[in-house]
Design a protein around this ligand. Structure first.
Ligand SMILES: O=C(O)CCC(=O)C(=O)O
Ligand SMILES: [Fe+2]
Length: 170
């Protein structure tokens, strides 16, 4: 990755997150901005080896449900291994990310599970939503999704020591 200066409004959030000391003594240097309209999501995935294994997400404009899945290649007992499991069967829990919330993903949940967002227009909160006690919403409530912008702020430990000039030469 080639480092570039962040816009100042993003630098403000990145500084605040960095002051939480989540990245092994380093400051966050990477921000991914995603926009989801109602009905849009992201397939279950892991974030990969490029990133420091702690990820912070600010949710703006709407809630979403972030779903966690056992990966397909997870070691299972011989008996369990015989039966391929569906996505629904591999879904272990969800977390409600409320608008204006900060979510910190790390350790076991980051390293050993896939995460994704289902492409839905509304979410009905059930017993698999594991953080309802920390939220204002209640079980069995249905929340319509609006447009959500997420700021995923994290550290890419290895960056090139050069600057990218994208503007025209004067
Ligand atoms: O938008 C989110 O909260 C999650 C995004 C995500 O998992 C990703 O971009 O890798
Ligand atoms: Fe991700």
């Amino acid at each position: 990755m080639v480092p570039e200066k962040l816009p100042s409004w993003l630098q403000t959030y990145t500084n605040k997150i960095s002051s939480l000391e989540l990245f092994g003594g380093n400051c966050a240097n990477h921000v991914l901005v995603n926009e989801y309209n109602p009905g849009e999501g992201i397939m279950p995935h892991e974030d990969g080896p490029l990133y420091y294994p702690t990820v912070t997400t600010i949710s703006l404009g709407s809630h979403t449900l972030l779903d966690f899945y056992l990966p397909l290649n997870r070691q299972l007992s011989d008996e369990e291994d015989q039966v391929p499991r569906t996505e629904e069967q591999r879904h272990v829990l969800s977390l409600l990310l409320e608008p204006r919330s900060l979510f910190i993903l790390r350790e076991d949940l980051y390293k050993n599970y896939l995460h994704g967002i289902r492409p839905l227009c509304q979410d009905t909160l059930d017993h698999k939503v594991a953080n309802l006690e920390q939220c204002t919403a209640r079980v069995e409530e249905t929340l319509p999704r609006r447009t959500r912008v997420s700021l995923t702020i994290r550290l890419v430990p290895k960056v090139l020591k050069t600057t990218l000039f994208l503007g025209k030469k004067k």
